[in-house]
Write a protein that binds this ligand. Structure first.
Ligand SMILES: [Fe+2]
Ligand SMILES: [Fe+2]
Length: 167
């Protein structure tokens, strides 16, 4: 059964937000590349892929429900980073914003008794817990590293080993 027009509109907003996330991470990847931190850049590129996969998951769901997909506008992402720490702090703030949007979507689906949406949204709620935890940890590690170039390079190596990015 198709979802209501109101819920459809919120799902479309979420598709756009996930694509905007992908776009934002690509900007962050470029900054890291420019800062000669290929490992960080690699991690951010993977993250951009993952956000694209999230957008597609929502998009396919809207289509599967027999609803209409309408992609929205994406504004230019923030690019005024100064340090790797500022990049990951921006990432954390962004993830918290996405979490709030998914919680609102879940609330709306629940209110409309749109039970079919709940398992998918539940998956995303769990995913956001994981994403916020990962990014928080990196923010804290970057704070520990401070201006220590050796610590930063070590972290760069580690992030360069990330292999996922498609789920
Ligand atoms: Fe996402
Ligand atoms: Fe995310």
């Amino acid at each position: 059964m198709a979802m209501s027009k109101e819920l459809e509109s919120s799902f479309n907003d979420q598709i756009t937000l996930e694509f905007a996330s992908s776009y934002a991470y690509l900007q962050m990847a470029a900054f890291c590349e420019e800062a000669n931190l290929p490992g960080f850049a690699h991690w951010m590129r993977q993250q951009a892929e993952e956000e694209r996969a999230h957008a597609m998951k929502f998009l396919d769901f809207v289509l599967d429900r027999g609803n209409h997909v309408q992609l929205g506008e994406i504004a230019a992402p923030a690019g005024d980073f100064t340090t790797p720490l500022s990049v990951f702090q921006a990432s954390l703030a962004h993830e918290q914003h996405v979490t709030a949007a998914i919680h609102a979507l879940y609330g709306q689906a629940q209110e409309e008794k749109d039970y079919e949406s709940l398992p998918l949204l539940h998956w995303f709620i769990d995913e956001q817990v994981e994403e916020e935890a990962t990014v928080s940890e990196l923010v804290e590690q970057l704070q520990m590293a401070g201006d220590n170039g050796a610590a930063l390079l070590l972290l760069d190596r580690e992030l360069g080993r990330r292999e996922d990015g498609a789920d």
